[in-house]
Design a protein around this ligand. Structure first.
Ligand code: BTN
Length: 264
């Protein structure tokens, strides 16, 4: 597995959003390997158009630019690679082993520790022929467990000891190098997809899926080739490309209540 260097680390006290910054940089044609890190974001972006907020210095807020050559259906592996790298960094620095909740959360004991957001820009110039610019951002709760009432957790809470953000960033950058290498080979992509599945705590769970058009319940049974969630319902199989998934308590089919430990 060939590693790729993320050695252009750009640090900011405040940015509106590290993802926004890197998408703009990608449009200017900067090469793969730039990492943007901010102590604070004034307009942090979350999934599905939501905002991502954290007090200054309480989280690791970082984005990376990659320019992989990938089939469209494998683009989700960019999220998988960064989520795995973030999980690796949490294990290395804090001894915490998060599970992955479909499609983009890191959980510890059912509580959200981190979120990942990938944004692709097909019009950004640069990179090898056939490549696509993808900015993947990750927010890891270090001392702050997320907004009150949201039931999240932090590395401080999960590990029981303070975690140095700079050390965490160093471990993330190292892990990203290895995971980026996996994106570039058939075997690596297979391994990434298999590990993503293996660590996905959504599989085997009763879930409620909320789509823009309504919601339904079922059992999450698989991830398909394109990283979509396959859910078995009483009406048959449904395949989910994007949406909010709530893990439900493992109770009699169809009567699951929201798991208070799985707010997202
Ligand atoms: C989610 O769970 O909704 C994804 C949240 C992703 C947040 C990170 S923080 C660093 C990067 N910059 C952003 O504006 N968002 C991502």
């Amino acid at each position: 597995m060939s590693g790729s260097a993320f050695d252009d680390v750009r640090r900011f006290a405040t940015l509106d959003s590290t993802n926004r910054y890197l998408v703009d940089e990608a449009r200017r044609g900067v090469p793969e390997g730039v990492v943007a890190v901010a102590d604070h974001q004034s307009a942090g972006r979350g999934r599905l158009g939501r905002s991502w907020e954290a007090p200054p210095g309480a989280s690791l807020l970082a984005s990376v630019l990659v320019r992989p050559v990938l089939a469209v259906e494998h683009l989700y592996l960019c999220t998988a690679a960064v989520a795995r790298a973030a999980a690796d960094a949490c294990a290395t620095v804090a001894g915490v082993r998060p599970s992955l909740k479909w499609p983009n959360d890191l959980l510890v004991d059912g509580r959200k520790l981190a979120g990942v957001l990938a944004e692709a820009d097909p019009d950004a110039p640069g990179g090898p022929p056939g490549s696509l610019a993808v900015v993947v951002g990750v927010g890891i709760n270090v001392t702050w467990p997320g907004p009150p009432g949201a039931g999240g957790t932090s590395l401080l809470e999960a590990s029981g000891h303070p975690v140095d953000r700079e050390e965490l960033l160093g471990a993330l950058v190292t892990a990203l190098g290895a995971r980026r290498g996996e994106l570039g080979t058939t075997g690596g992509r297979r391994r990434l997809a298999a590990e993503w599945k293996e660590r996905c705590s959504t599989l085997g769970r009763r879930v409620r899926v909320e789509l823009g058009t309504g919601s339904f319940e079922g059992t999450a049974v698989d991830l398909d080739e394109g990283g979509r969630l396959v859910v078995r319902t009483t009406e048959g199989i449904r395949v989910v490309q994007a949406g909010d998934v709530h893990h439900l308590r493992e109770v009699a089919q169809g009567t699951g209540a929201d798991d208070p430990l799985a707010p997202n």
